[in-house]
Ligand binder design. Structure first.
Ligand SMILES: Cc1ncc(COP(=O)(O)O)c(C=O)c1O
Length: 387
């Protein structure tokens, strides 16, 4: 308890107020440049499909190594668009983790397909490939649903095991869609998120590591032909002239202002990503012995959208560190199969690793503008709270 009191005293002089995510500090850095970009949009007046949209799509593809990218209205739209393009049907099974944001399951259900929940690997917190194989086998044996797609999620920014998932998807004839909503800037074996799966959805929600000033997202593809199909779905399913409806679609567009903001933020993204890595390195070095931080598969570098770790007495630790001025969040206290909207799809016997992790996990502040003193203080606070 003494340790806790001393830390609080130190907090005022040494570290100031700690933000969980600090968009204000980032805005101060780029404010003038963003204003110039927004002014340009006001001047040309093409609020939808302005030139910034195409420029952003080209830059996103170039940056990630994907063959092409389609901008869209949100990370949720980025999941729905490729699933609609696959023509999913009511009898189709789509395998997803239950330890993710609800959007992953909503996207599946909105296309009419059925989510089949898969357990996670307790070290990476990402979908467990062995459990996926088991559940595909169960679905085939039961014969009620047809396995059609799998959506691994790169939780907190850490790329899932795409080498393994690609092999399974090819063997089982499944569409592999990566939910990279949290992992823009992540890498696996030298390749960026966006180029790790045939299709990747990402979110530019403001709080994400690469975020807009409103809702926005993108879908990346290995195959350029897929992208034309997606671009049509995102624009009410129209043809190139945008007059005739050639398929079912919806308004899934990103607006030009968001593209303008993202173009400016792309200029500082590498620098911000490096800062995230430095912070994560300190957290991992200091906290690996007192908690169980997320680990990354060999060859993977996280985009560090979030930094999460597991501790046995999570709720007590969270309340102690928050009393010391350290903001935290819990992603996710309730797995999807325990939520009313998705409980009908809960697997018999539950999901042991998912449920244990949900009880133990919490997230520390993670943004590029944390000072070294703040990062040290956060580690001191967790250490004091756990002991
Ligand atoms: C894993 C995951 N998938 C999908 C989404 C949906 O993204 P959006 O909020 O941009 O629709 C999110 C957003 O937080 C997410 O974390």
């Amino acid at each position: 308890m003494n340790g806790v009191a001393n830390l609080s005293l130190n907090a005022d002089s040494r570290v100031g107020t700690i933000a969980f995510i600090d968009l204000k500090a980032q805005q101060r850095r780029i404010r003038q440049a963003v204003e110039k970009r927004l002014q340009a949009v006001l001047d040309h007046g093409r609020y939808i499909a302005g030139p910034e949209i195409e420029e952003l799509e080209e830059k996103l593809a170039e940056r990630t190594g994907a063959a092409a990218a389609v901008s869209c209205a949100s990370g949720t739209a980025a999941l729905i668009i490729p699933l609609l393009a696959e023509g999913l049907d009511t009898g189709d099974a789509v395998f997803i983790p239950a330890f993710t944001y609800n959007a992953t399951a909503n996207a599946v259900l909105l296309t009419g397909a059925t989510p089949v929940f898969v357990d996670i690997d307790p070290a990476t917190f990402n979908m467990d490939a062995d459990d996926l194989e088991r559940r595909i086998g169960e679905v085939r044996a039961e014969g009620k649903l047809r396995p059609r797609a799998v959506i691994p999620v790169d939780l907190f920014g850490s790329p899932a095991d795409y080498t393994r998932f690609e092999t399974i998807a090819e063997r089982e004839d499944l569409f592999l869609l990566s939910d990279g909503a949290q992992s823009f800037g992540g890498r696996l074996n030298g390749r960026w998120v966006g180029d790790l799966a045939p299709a990747t959805a990402t979110s530019f929600f403001p709080g994400k590591a690469f975020g807009a000033y409103g809702d926005a997202g993108a879908v990346f593809a290995h195959d350029k032909a897929m992208v034309d199909h997606w671009a049509s779905i995102r624009w009410h399913g129209t043809d190139n002239a945008r007059k005739d409806s050639i398929r079912v679609g919806f308004n899934g567009r990103m607006d030009t202002f968001q593209a303008a903001v993202l173009l400016e933020k792309l200029e500082i993204f590498d620098d911000e990503l490096a800062a995230r890595h430095e912070i994560a390195d300190v957290y991992s070095r200091r906290l690996s012995n007192i908690g169980r931080p997320q680990t990354h598969i060999t060859g993977a570098q996280s985009g560090y959208g979030y930094y999460s770790l597991c501790v046995k007495n999570r709720d007590a630790v969270v309340s102690k560190v928050s009393a010391m001025g350290v903001p935290t969040a819990i992603y996710y206290a309730k797995p999807l199969h325990k939520m009313d909207a998705f409980a009908a799809f809960a697997p018999e016997g539950g999901l042991a690793q998912t449920e244990r992790t949900a009880d133990e996990i919490f997230a520390l502040p993670m943004h590029p503008y944390l000072t070294p003193a703040q990062v040290d203080y956060i580690c001191d606070a967790v250490e004091a709270a756990v002991s």
